[in-house]
Design a protein around this ligand. Structure first.
Ligand code: NAP
Length: 287
């Protein structure tokens, strides 16, 4: 069988960001409101600093206001709560993103719940999760939305497709499964207790791997002609790799995302899309 086509997440993310620039300019011209993203970083975790820096840079490039907030490592729960309360009440703030993980002495779950659903650009509050589960309009988690955007960009049929999502985390597995169900796919959620995982996966037209186990999904898991979306990110001496074994999967699949350059670049692009959507939602609610 011919080698699988490669889903170019970098190119799709660049197109999404380009389109957003136009959409943000149009929204601002129409409403007089510049969408603003408040990233909130507590402490100095080096990886988080890098992520936050690129979120800020790309939001500015899309024409949004950078309303970044930085609190020291020893900030108390009450201090972070106070800041989130101010951002929630501030009309200049369209989206609030609490960068995770927060330092261990803080209760992250309680902090997330202080973000109003219409500013919840990470889509992680109980309210946003409920809206997604009910299929009602709301802000969706960024990486799962990026997976859907990639499938759409490559015209992969989702309606009626059999999909196996490997992983049931709040961040990726559960929301991506919900998004796919809302798009009329027939979805199986596999996890660490799933029996005969390879057999379950071989039923799928689309496999979404969000497992956190390097190279778990091999060619043996893949039905000939299926699409494999690899959400995993693993850092090793040879650089980044994913939850799928790219070489063996490519021999069987028709389309596959590489790591890096697949799902990864989509996450920030979808965060920016959510920030504009949040600004639109707030504008509509204020009407
Ligand atoms: P997570 O919270 O650790 O969840 C992993 C899920 O995989 C769990 O549901 C677990 O099952 C399941 N699992 C673990 N080992 C398994 C196995 N051997 N067979 C079947 N299922 C297994 O991870 P996550 O936050 O969802 O992230 C998953 C991966 O995506 C990680 O590599 C992470 O770095 C990456 N990621 C990438 C992006 C991006 O922007 N591309 C964003 C977020 C995460 P149980 O529930 O039974 O424990």
């Amino acid at each position: 069988m011919a080698e699988a086509g490669i889903i170019d997440g970098k190119a799709v993310a660049a197109r999404v960001r380009e389109q957003l620039k136009t959409d943000v300019a149009e929204f601002t011209a129409r409403t007089g409101i510049q969408p603003g993203l408040a990233t909130v970083l507590v402490g100095g975790d080096p990886a988080s600093e890098v992520y936050v820096a690129s979120k800020r840079k790309m939001s500015v490039a899309a024409g949004m206001a950078d309303l970044h907030q930085h609190l020291p490592e020893d900030a108390t729960q009450a201090e972070v709560e106070g800041l989130l309360g101010q951002l929630a009440a501030n009309h200049a703030v369209s989206g609030i993103l609490l960068q995770l993980p927060v330092p261990a002495h803080l209760d992250a779950a309680a902090l997330i719940e202080l973000i109003p659903f219409e500013k919840d650009v990470d889509g992680l509050t109980t309210m946003s999760v409920g809206l997604l589960a009910q299929g009602k309009p709301g802000l969706r988690p960024c990486t799962p939305s990026g997976v859907i955007e990639l499938l759409d960009a490559y015209d992969v049929p989702v309606e009626g497709a059999r999909v196996v999502v490997i992983g049931r985390s709040e961040l990726v597995g559960r929301p991506v499964a919900q998004l796919l169900v809302n798009r009329n796919a027939t979805v199986t959620i596999a996890h660490s207790r799933t029996k005969n995982l390879a057999d379950v996966c071989r039923e799928a037209d689309i496999i979404v791997a969000a497992v956190g186990v390097k190279g778990l999904v091999t060619g043996e898991f893949v039905k000939p002609g299926a699409t494999v979306i690899d959400v995993g990110i693993h850092r090793g001496p040879e650089g980044l790799s994913g939850d799928a074994d790219f070489a063996s999967v490519s021999e069987v699949a028709s389309l596959v995302t590489p790591v890096p350059g697949g799902v990864g670049p989509m996450t920030i692009a979808m965060l920016l899309a959510n920030t504009l959507r949040a600004a639109e939602l707030q504008y509509a609610l204020a009407d």
